[in-house]
Design a protein around this ligand. Structure first.
Ligand SMILES: *[C@@H]1O[C@H](CO)[C@@H](O)[C@H](O)[C@H]1NC(C)=O
Length: 242
């Protein structure tokens, strides 16, 4: 046991350095990652759909201020080639009922993250899970009195394209019995935090079922093999035997 731990340590370092080399090699990133980004760009919903999605988050979070914010999808070029959101005073800076703050971003998630950034940093609001404070918006001024950002606006670029969330067992021990209402709240929370890569194991067993059936394994044998809803994570990892 002791000696294998000693021998595995340099191997771990070796993998670590290979990983570093991959991460720092722009050629590899160019060939593999840019293809993934191209596919994602092609699959993205039209700007109007993404803007409406961000508006939907606002409508559920702070319906009193639905007309105070305007959302606009912008190109990555406008963001200096990086994922970003940007916040400016709305050009039509009007009185009551008129939009006051314009939020731009490369995706619906970035628009929502920009909304959260504004509410947090300019209105001192707090948006969290219920058990860590929940949603506290009483410090947000009334429509018509929202704080301005400085005239140059705010530009927040992300250093990395992916903002990851969840681990392999959360779907079983936390969210297994959630209904849509609870999921919608979580998805809104994710968007407000700028998460664009949540782990979604949903449907894993349906794929395995198809594959195993090609090998003529019967449904009743498969039903014995797959875990129950609350244990799916552990059966997926091969930790359950029955
Ligand atoms: C599955 O069963 C069918 C019908 O008996 C047979 O033709 C096929 O070769 C089997 N497939 C495998 C992978 O054993």
């Amino acid at each position: 046991m002791g000696s294998s731990a000693i021998f595995s340590f340099p191997r771990f370092l070796q993998f670590f350095f290979i990983f570093l080399a991959l991460a720092q090699n722009p050629g590899l990133e160019g060939s593999h990652l840019s293809r993934i980004f191209d596919i994602l760009d092609q699959e993205a919903s039209p700007p109007s759909v993404q803007e409406a999605a961000a508006r939907g988050v606002l409508a559920r979070l702070l319906p009193s201020h639905l007309s105070s914010f305007d959302f606009k999808i912008v190109s990555k070029e406008k963001c200096g080639g990086k994922p970003c959101f940007m916040i400016s005073n709305h050009p039509s800076l009007g009185g009551k009922g008129a939009p006051e703050i314009l939020i731009g971003g490369i995706s619906g998630v970035e628009l929502s993250a920009g909304l959260h950034w504004y509410l947090k940093h300019l209105c001192m609001a707090h948006i969290s899970w219920d058990k860590t404070g929940g949603v506290q918006l009483s410090s947000v001024p009334e429509p018509g009195f929202l704080p301005h950002v400085h005239s140059a606006g705010v530009l927040i670029q992300r250093p990395v394209p992916w903002n990851y969330y969840q681990n392999a067992v959360t779907s079983s021990y936390t969210s297994v019995w959630w209904d849509w209402e609870r999921w919608e709240k979580e998805i809104d929370w994710m968007a407000l935090q700028g998460i664009n890569l949540p782990l979604a194991f949903t449907g894993q067993e349906a794929i395995w079922q198809k594959v195993f059936k090609m090998f003529n394994i019967s449904s009743s044998d498969l039903n014995e093999f797959f875990g129950g809803p609350a244990f799916l994570a552990w059966s997926r990892m091969g930790n359950l035997h029955g």
